[in-house]
Design a protein around this ligand. Structure first.
Ligand SMILES: Nc1ncnc2c1ncn2[C@@H]1O[C@H](COP(=O)(O)OP(=O)(O)OP(=O)(O)O)[C@@H](O)[C@H]1O
Ligand SMILES: [Mg+2]
Length: 303
């Protein structure tokens, strides 16, 4: 079987073109075009559950893909919600990221196409929860994912790699922190939201010191925003006052349409393309690219 994907972006003539050999039996070829000069890798992270990490990974990923960028969504959560949220059956898909971590296959062996143009998935299954115990106690366990991504030159093949993480700072999250360049923090507008942020920054700084010197928090994404409530109205400016962390000027609104979209496994820009949630995630996509651009220019100026 072979399939070919082309990024339809008029005027982009000098992209890097890659043909990818993959598939369990090595018989799947597909072609991606990298439009960006460098791959942007992002992890949706929060120690808290149910704050919109997976929803952000899916819909930011889909919005970046809609812009014509080749996007790989990587599911690193045993709950496998990113996988089912992109209409892939987590109980049947094989191989998965768990097989990659156990050295049974390469990343590109496990990557599958989704129903949406330019959007690929490295799926997870619930078995992922047992992977850590199955690994021999060995040095470098935190870097297994990063090494696997590097071996397959995944960052050369995609414009964007977006990781979804579980709601804790355990083995899978630490592997993502070793592999990613940027951290995005979806922050639910609720009373306890700010409490977890301090711990997240501590863990991220620790990971940057010990595992991945390039790691940085790109910004906080306010989620579940309902400007009719005083809580959302009061929390947004309070968030912006937290020193050292940028807050994206995008409010992902509280909307039942996002719940429906995760239920049916369709990104919001397909389910309700003109609604406020799709608009918010599209805006987030351009803001994220601009923030990465600005940070890279800043880094070059300092070098
Ligand atoms: N802005 C929103 N408005 C309303 N519902 C939302 C919004 N964002 C996410 N949801 C819903 O809230 C639930 C939790 O969202 P999601 O799964 O993205 O959170 P999570 O942080 O990934 O959770 P977990 O920590 O369990 O992985 C889902 O049912 C999702 O559809
Ligand atoms: Mg999740």
């Amino acid at each position: 079987m072979a399939w070919f994907r082309r990024v339809a972006r008029p005027g982009d003539t000098d992209q890097v073109v890659h043909t990818i050999d993959g598939g369990v039996d090595g018989d799947v070829d597909f072609e991606t075009r990298r439009v960006l000069p460098e791959c942007v890798s992002l992890a949706c992270l929060s120690g808290k559950g149910g704050v919109g990490k997976t929803t952000t990974a899916i819909n930011l990923g889909a919005s970046l893909a809609e812009l014509g960028l080749t996007v790989l969504a990587v599911d690193c959560d045993p709950q496998s919600n990113l996988t089912s949220g992109l209409a892939v059956d987590a109980y049947r898909v094989n191989p998965t990221v768990g097989d990659v971590l156990q050295g049974r296959c390469t990343v590109m062996d496990a990557v599958v196409e989704t129903r949406w143009d330019n959007l690929w998935l490295l799926p997870a299954s619930p078995d992922l929860s047992a992977v850590e115990q199955g690994l021999a106690v060995s040095l470098g366990r935190e870097q297994i994912l990063r090494d696997a991504m590097q071996r397959d030159r995944v960052h050369d093949r995609f414009d964007v790699v977006i990781y979804d993480t579980p709601p804790n700072f355990g083995f899978h999250t630490v592997n993502v922190l070793a592999a990613t360049r940027w951290v995005l923090v979806p922050l639910q507008m609720s009373g306890f939201a700010l409490r977890g942020l301090k711990e997240l920054l501590r863990v991220t700084n620790l990971a940057a010191e010990r595992l991945n010197p390039q790691l940085e928090v790109l910004g906080v994404v306010p989620t579940f925003v309902n400007l009719r409530t005083r809580l959302s109205r009061d929390m947004l400016p309070a968030l912006c006052d937290i020193s050292g962390v940028s807050v994206f000027p995008v409010h992902v609104p509280y909307t039942v349409r996002l719940q429906e979209s995760s239920l049916v496994g369709v990104p919001i820009n397909d389910l309700a393309p003109t609604g406020p949630a799709a608009e918010a995630y599209r805006r987030l996509a351009t803001e994220v690219l601009a923030a990465v651009d600005a940070a890279s220019a800043d880094g070059r100026a300092r070098a």
